[in-house]
Ligand binder design. Structure first.
Ligand SMILES: Cc1cc2nc3c(=O)[nH]c(=O)nc-3n(C[C@H](O)[C@H](O)[C@H](O)COP(=O)(O)OP(=O)(O)OC[C@H]3O[C@@H](n4cnc5c(N)ncnc54)[C@H](O)[C@@H]3O)c2cc1C
Length: 506
């Protein structure tokens, strides 16, 4: 019996585990893959926080609300932005090294990203997530007395007794049986759902399993229709994994061009190539359709080669692997599913509607992103709200008044579900993609229903999460933020609310 079971070892899960361990709690940390396997490790651009004297909380709040297109929960946004400097301080205390400005003693080298009015993005070159994971995993080792860490263990379900979460059911890789794990408090930190779509910037384990796991346990879900598609993933069919060309490249002066070199964003938005992500993603898609091309270009060649290599060493090296020298060549880019704004509904202390169950990081719906996320607010959200969950647990440490029982359930598995997953991903891409229609969503949902009969424990969660996203998208009959419907192209004031999905009584 542990005090806290943390499911997922990205920035959110690790923050909870480390903070709880510092308070002397016994923690069990589970992760589906081998560390570091989450999206955190992929984050390039950085983490937003007001740290310069010219900047202000008011400005960070205003930019976040603007991106959220009327649907951000303002109180949560205030909590996010005002706690940002503390979150940064905590990361630095845990050993994260952010890039500092060369001309100034100790101040951060701040990047500008789309939708931000000031330079406020702290980063570690273009490998911010890697550096965060490196530092937190070093810290994790130092807490081996308090934290038990198990890799390759997939959580399939939560254990609920008398309306309270008392643990989870997990299966180790290649196991034929699942086992029950009990804890006084459970934290769901399973990350995003980008891999439900055919093209995604996310790592393989980001398939939104937390959505269906929480739903079956009775947790409320919110805002799942708002999937952010990153406009600029590298178009390189020879690569097995999608590679992201960070927003910071556009912040650094990158210009979007079509195959003739025309700057097609000029007629789309006053901020041109630096317009918000959803607008850029749609514009690229529409230009691809208009010109019949598979990709568009991002051009940064007008900046000094030395500066490009210093700011984007990772992007430079990856593109060079694909025979693209970004100091001389335009970068071929396409949009890809990137970030899930919605998820498991939580309050300002990351509490779900189920006693003993918290949700942190990308799986949670804190309401800070509204209908669209402002760049670099998600690493921040993960840390701020994970720390708040820990604060709350101190007050709310639950006593184990539940019955323990052993569980030895046989797992039904298929040898290879990759073809089935691809079917789901294709349906999601075609019917629940960047531009949607009610008719398309209905057809997509019907297609998903037909796949339902397959008995495989992991595929069941994959499919159910996809269906829940589709159901949420069908509820919102307007175009707002990331939900873009051809049959409802305008915003509708009557839809200025959050749609929640929750399992009813059986
Ligand atoms: C390419 C890329 C670039 C990005 N760049 C930025 C950026 O610059 N700035 C920014 O703010 N955000 C960025 N983001 C978003 C940000 O990285 C994520 O929102 C954030 O890292 C999520 O952290 P997390 O801890 O919630 O999840 P993750 O880091 O994804 O970790 C999830 C963990 O849960 C585990 N897990 C999943 N399912 C199960 C299961 N069933 N059982 C057990 N374990 C499970 C996984 O194995 C993993 O350990 C980027 C995302 C991507 C993909």
């Amino acid at each position: 019996m542990h005090d806290i079971l943390v499911i997922g070892a990205g920035i959110a899960g690790l923050t909870v585990a480390l903070k709880a361990a510092e308070k002397g709690k016994r923690v069990l940390l589970l992760t589906k893959g081998a560390k570091p396997d989450g999206s955190t490790n992929y984050a390039q651009g950085g983490i937003a926080a007001v740290t310069s004297p010219e900047d202000s909380f008011e400005s960070h709040i205003a930019d976040t609300l603007e991106a959220g297109d009327g649907l951000c929960k303002k109180r949560q946004v205030e909590i996010l932005t005002k706690n940002a400097p503390n979150a940064i301080e905590q990361l630095i205390k845990w050993g994260v090294n952010f890039t500092t400005a060369s001309d100034d003693a100790g101040s951060f080298d701040l990047h500008l990203e789309g939708g931000h009015s000031f330079r406020r993005i702290l980063h570690t070159a273009d490998l911010t997530g890697k550096e965060i994971m490196r530092a937190l995993l070093v810290k994790l080792k130092q807490h081996s007395q308090e934290i038990d860490f198990i890799e390759r263990s997939t959580v399939l379900d939560l254990l609920i007794q008398k309306s309270r979460c008392i643990g989870a059911v997990a299966a180790e890789q290649n196991a034929k049986k699942a086992r029950a794990i009990y804890a006084k408090t459970v934290v769901l930190a399973t990350g995003g759902a980008g891999r439900l779509w055919l093209h995604s910037t996310n790592p393989p384990d980001a398939c939104g399993e937390g959505i269906s796991i929480a739903y079956r346990a009775g947790a409320a879900l919110q805002d799942l229709e708002f999937m952010q598609f990153h406009p600029t993933s590298l178009y390189a069919p020879q690569l097995k994994k999608t590679f992201l060309i960070s927003e910071a490249v556009r912040g650094f002066g990158g210009i979007l061009k079509n195959h003739k070199g025309e700057e097609f964003m000029n007629d789309v938005h006053p901020l041109r190539s630096l317009a918000p992500r959803d607008i850029v993603a749609r514009a690229i898609l529409s230009e691809m359709q208009r010109t019949g091309k598979d990709y568009m270009y991002l051009d940064i060649t007008h900046r000094k080669a030395k500066d490009i290599k210093t700011h984007f060493p990772n992007i430079y090296a990856k593109c060079l692997e694909c025979k693209i020298d970004i100091t001389k060549d335009w970068i071929p880019v396409v949009p890809a599913a990137h970030y899930m704004c919605g998820g498991v509904l939580v309050d300002s202390y990351s509490r779900t509607n189920i006693k003993g169950l918290y949700a942190c990081g990308e799986i949670s719906a804190t309401g800070v992103h509204g209908a669209n996320r402002l760049a670099s607010n998600s690493l921040l959200e993960s840390v701020v709200f994970a720390l708040r969950a820990c604060e709350d647990m101190k007050k709310n440490c639950l006593n184990p008044d539940f019955q323990l029982s052993t569980l030895n359930s046989q797992l039904s598995t298929l040898r290879d579900v990759s073809k089935l997953k691809k079917k789901v991903q294709t349906i999601m891409w075609e019917h629940c993609g960047i531009v949607r229609s009610m008719e398309g969503l209905k057809i997509g949902l019907e297609k998903l229903m037909k796949l339902e009969k397959v008995a495989d424990f992991e595929f069941r969660n994959f499919l159910e999460s996809a269906k829940l996203v589709m159901e949420c998208a069908l509820k919102r009959k307007e175009s707002r933020g990331l939900q873009c419907l051809t049959d409802y192209p305008e915003k509708n004031p009557r839809c200025l609310k959050h749609y929640t999905i929750k399992k009813g009584p059986e």
